[in-house]
Structure formats: C-alpha cells, structure tokens
Ligand binder design. Structure first.
Ligand code: DGY
Length: 329
C-alpha cells in the first residue's frame, strides 16, 4: 500500500494546472524542461517513485521494470495507449497500471477524418505549392485529387475511436466498412450503416480509403503487412492515427513509391520520432508528428484522469482506469 502522500515522478511536462493540482496532493517530482527521459533516468525514476506518471515516449520494458524499487506500486500513464509498458512484467511485480481512455476519442477521430480528407484532396501539396510560389493560377487540370463522397471507408479496429471516425465519415458521404476482433452489436451497426468484414484481407482489397484505429498489441504488430498492402487497390489511400507499428512502414513506403497504393496520411510512425527518409520525399503522403490527440482540452482531461487514478489508488480503492494485462491482445 502506498502512503497518503506518495512520491509521484512525472516523466514529461504536463499542463500547468495539472502539475499544480498534483503538487497540492502529492510529493511530486516534475520534469520542468520536458526532455524525454533517457533509459538511465527511467531506471532511476522507477527506483525511487511510489507512483510513476509516464507518457507514450517512455519504454517501460521488463528490463526497466525489473529494476524498480519495492516502493513502485502504480504506473498512472498519461496516455490511452500503453503498448510502451510491459504489462505482464508490471503485474508480476505487483504494479498496477492505469491509462486515460475515452478523453482522446473525439480529437483523434477528428484528425483521422482530417487525414481522410487531406490525402485524396491533396491538401498539403496544395498548401506547399502556394507557400513555395509554385501556384501559377487556377487551371482546369491542375491539383486534381479524388472525390470523397460515395467512396468506401474500411476501418481497421472499431473501438471507441473507430466508431467516432465512422460517425464523422458518414457525414462526408462515405460508406462504412469495418474489421474488428469482435463484431459490433447490431444496433451500432445499424446506426452507422456499417458492413462487417470478418476477413481483413477481403476488406482491404475492396476499400477506397482505409483508416487504422486498432491498438498496437503483439497481435496487431504489422497487421497491415507487405502482403496485405499488395491486396489494396492502386486507387486506395490509407491513414493511420493509431500506432506506427500496426503498419509495416518499410513495405508501406515501397507501396507508395511504386504506386501500388495511391497515398497515405500518417500521424504515427514505427520508430518515432524517426521517419523513414524515403517517406519524406513523397508527395502523396501527409505526415504529422503524432498530434492527433493534441488539444488543450484533451490534455487537461488526460491529466484529470491521471490524478483521479492516483488519488483513488492511494486512498485504497480500485482506480477507474486500470489496464488488465491481455486486455488489448
Ligand atoms: C495516447 O495517449 O495513446 C496517444 O497516442 C497520445 O497521443
């Protein structure tokens, strides 16, 4: 059991109001300059914290966790995804892990929708042309993209975010298709007029646009593999606001370069913050720096959830957002 005023180590700079509230409640060690923790700093943090507040940039693998002190009882992650934490190693050491689900859903879905619009309509290319002085005036045949209305959207992973993308996409005239571990309740399918594909291969082969919205787990690592990319139509686009690891980034780069698929919108990358340099050379991709959830409102709500999880845990109750190992597998 953690004492009433636990030592809480926060690995990145959080919104001021969140840090202030944490200071009022706990003994807090803040990261004021927001530098990403090195492995050594992480090992040091797990060695002295009662509660660790990491983010998606901290790799808490078994090796790091096995160097944690007896004190560490809670990892209250400032994130929805926890693929950077070895949940089984944490469990074995009796460490509870919590996350911040739900509060990023709408923001992330907005960004997925923005990419769904931006890539076929060549938004970033057009913007670059204006900035670089390459715009010579309106032309009937210049900057032609592809229409969104009436196309098929295939959503890979129909959880909260996938469904929020579907709701938006219907407003843009896209028909909704999805692949998910479990088929949705028919009420939700009816509301979204969504078609379920048990076979991901078959769905990918028939879609105009694919949106990746499943979590990264051992089962979804390179789910969109080289073989599956080859199944997609040359006119098809893919957007990813989930985790880079779900798509084989090298294979995707090759598919984009060879015209095997038409374009991609990526907010996440396999080796963040590194981006395959060949992707940077391509015009048919929109590349964003993992910013789908980056709203002031969302970050505040994430912080509130982190505080609630810590406070409930310290008070001896089950924290509301406990992550169960294997939950996402
Ligand atoms: C999360 O919290 O998992 C998001 O990817 C951060 O943007």
């Amino acid at each position: 059991m953690v004492q009433n005023s636990p030592t809480v180590v926060v690995t990145r700079k959080l919104p001021d109001a969140i840090e202030t509230r944490m200071m009022e409640l706990f003994e807090v060690d803040l990261n004021l300059d927001d530098h990403p923790f090195s492995r050594e700093e992480l090992v040091d943090a797990v060695g002295r914290a009662d509660v660790l507040v990491p983010t998606v940039t901290d790799r808490l693998d078994a090796n790091v966790l096995n160097q944690s002190g007896e004190k560490l009882r809670l990892i209250a992650s400032f994130s929805t995804g926890v693929d950077n934490v070895d949940l089984r190693a944490a469990e074995q050491r009796g460490i509870t892990v919590t996350n911040t689900p739900g509060v990023l859903t709408e923001d992330t879905a907005d960004m997925a929708m923005a990419l769904i619009l931006a890539v076929p309509r060549r938004l970033a290319e057009g913007e670059r042309a204006v900035r670089h002085g390459d715009w010579k005036g309106w032309s009937p045949t210049w900057m032609l993209g592809h229409r969104i209305w009436g196309k098929r959207l295939g959503i890979v992973g129909m959880g909260r975010i996938g469904q929020a993308v579907a709701r938006r996409a219907r407003g843009f005239g896209l028909s909704i298709h999805y692949h998910n571990r479990n088929r949705l309740h028919e009420d939700i399918e009816n509301e979204l007029e969504a078609t379920y594909w048990e076979s991901l291969d078959q769905m990918l082969a028939r879609m105009d646009i694919v949106s990746v919205n499943c979590p990264h787990t051992p089962a979804t690592f390179h789910l969109v593999s080289e073989r599956r990319l080859k199944l997609m139509q040359p006119r098809a686009y893919i957007v990813n606001t989930s985790r880079g690891e779900v798509i084989n980034e090298d294979a995707l780069t090759r598919a984009l370069r060879s015209g095997q698929i038409a374009g991609a919108g990526l907010d996440v990358f396999e080796h963040e913050p590194a981006v395959n340099p060949k992707l940077l050379e391509l015009d048919n991709v929109v590349l964003l720096p993992h910013m789908a959830s980056a709203t002031i409102e969302g970050r505040m709500e994430m912080g509130e959830l982190v505080i609630i999880n810590i406070k409930t845990f310290v008070d001896g109750h089950a924290p509301p957002n406990r992550v169960i190992p294997g939950e996402f597998d």
